[in-house]
Design a protein around this ligand. Structure first.
Ligand code: SF4
Length: 193
């Protein structure tokens, strides 16, 4: 199942009042499954490696949630797709056997380049931009893991903690119109005809 299918499917089930389990949020639920798919289909990583990668992803999500936020209403989409991307990048790096420093760098690179991402769902729904944003998040996670595993480990100038802190500060400065309210950005600029 693609990131697009998982994201849309979970949103539909949620709307129908069913119980769903997603991470880090419902709207950003397509990133990790998409990267899990390439871990199995492309990298042929074992189930054990995938499970251990998921534990690392959980740790990254925990740090982001407890030190900044994973809710678009608090910090914008950087806290949803951004954190999902960081979780997936760390998961992929760990499952491939890279050391903790590379794993941290992967998460940091993934989140750093999602900083400032706003939440501006067209019509208040999660079709635009959220579905493609999940797919882009998966691609970015792969790229972040690739970059982290190919660059010099030390010194890496920006730590994951620093980037989480930056996300919090950017979130505080972000207009509430760009935090899940559909009052700005794509939500108001898109032409309906
Ligand atoms: S744009 Fe908003 S609703 Fe869509 S994925 Fe990002 S945070 Fe979720």
């Amino acid at each position: 199942m693609s990131a697009k299918c998982i994201c849309l499917c979970s949103c539909r089930r949620n709307a129908a009042g069913n119980t769903i389990v997603t991470t880090p949020t419902c709207g950003a639920s397509g990133v990790l499954p998409a990267v899990l798919m390439i871990m199995e289909d492309h990298f042929n990583l074992s189930k054990r490696a995938q499970r251990k990668g998921l534990l690392v992803a959980a740790a990254i999500g925990f740090i982001a949630k407890n030190n900044a936020g994973i809710s678009a209403a608090e910090v914008g989409c950087q806290g949803e797709i951004g954190v999902a991307t960081a979780m997936a990048a760390a998961m992929l790096a760990h499952a491939q056997g890279f050391c903790a420093k590379v794993v941290e760098n992967a998460a940091e690179i993934a989140l750093e380049h999602q900083l400032g991402l706003t939440c501006d769902p067209v019509g208040g729904y999660v079709q635009i931009p959220c579905i493609e944003r999940n797919a882009i998040g998966a691609v970015k996670a792969w790229n972040a893991s690739l970059i982290a595993s190919n660059e010099f480990i030390d010194p890496h100038k920006v730590s994951f903690d620093t980037t989480v802190n930056a996300m919090l500060e950017i979130g505080k400065d972000m207009s509430c119109k760009l935090k899940e309210t559909a009052m700005d950005g794509l939500a108001v600029c898109m032409v309906y005809c």
